[in-house]
Design a protein around this ligand. Structure first.
Ligand code: GRF
Length: 203
């Protein structure tokens, strides 16, 4: 199975996915890494791993739809079975989401449906949560809302700041995303309405 990963920055989730896919010899590989930001450091890391990279500059397109079109073209050049958003900080239009329906995944740094959107760690701390975490989900037109594939829970500790909590959640993301994606490339995920069923073993 062919995986294309979209990033916006450091790409620590990308790195975790690439390392795990090789270490566990998945029936799938990251074949390309694409960003809208030429200076996304994850692009340099991927190139260093011999992985194809591409930049689709959102400023070079008059509209969101035209950017999404150009992005989809760059993605489809690699014939993906899965499109993985990893620290990708742009909102994608309905047309793009429909094009990849059922094979577009995202990781969000909260236990959805709690805290969709931004500043999730500060909001969790302000709400006095005892636990926090991350969610891997299928992407649907409603932001941070699609069927949940897997979640990881971390404790909130006394004295936590948004930064200390973010670091603890990020470490959990680096275990969660590779696990969820392995299930995906093994063909073990089935969407059932708002739920995801994980089939034991390949069908
Ligand atoms: C992570 O916290 C992830 O949950 C969010 O983007 C952040 C950065 O991810 N979506 P990465 O280091 O670029 O993979």
């Amino acid at each position: 199975q062919r995986i294309v990963v979209l990033i916006s920055g450091r790409g620590s989730n990308l790195e975790a996915i690439v390392r795990q896919s090789v270490a566990e010899d998945w029936p799938g590989r990251v074949v390309a890494v694409i960003s809208h930001k030429a200076d996304a450091s994850g692009l340099a890391w991927a190139a260093g791993q011999g992985i194809c990279t591409a930049v689709v500059d959102h400023r070079a397109h008059a509209s969101r739809e035209q950017f999404d079109e150009a992005l989809a073209e760059a993605i489809d050049a690699h014939r993906p079975d899965w499109v993985v958003l990893a620290g990708f900080m742009r909102i994608l239009g309905d047309g793009f989401v429909q094009r990849y329906a059922g094979r577009l995944l995202n990781i969000h740094p909260s236990l959805l449906p709690a805290f969709p959107g931004l500043h999730t760690h500060r909001r969790a701390l302000e709400a006095g949560c005892a636990v926090a975490g991350a969610t891997v989900h299928f992407v649907t037109p409603t932001l941070d809302h699609g069927p949940i594939v897997a979640q990881a829970v971390v404790p909130v500790r006394a004295g936590d700041t948004p930064e200390s909590l973010a670091a603890r959640v990020l470490a959990a993301e680096h275990r969660l995303y590779p696990l969820a994606l392995r299930w995906a490339v093994q063909g073990r995920l089935r969407i059932d309405g708002q739920r995801v069923l994980q089939l034991d073993g390949a069908p």
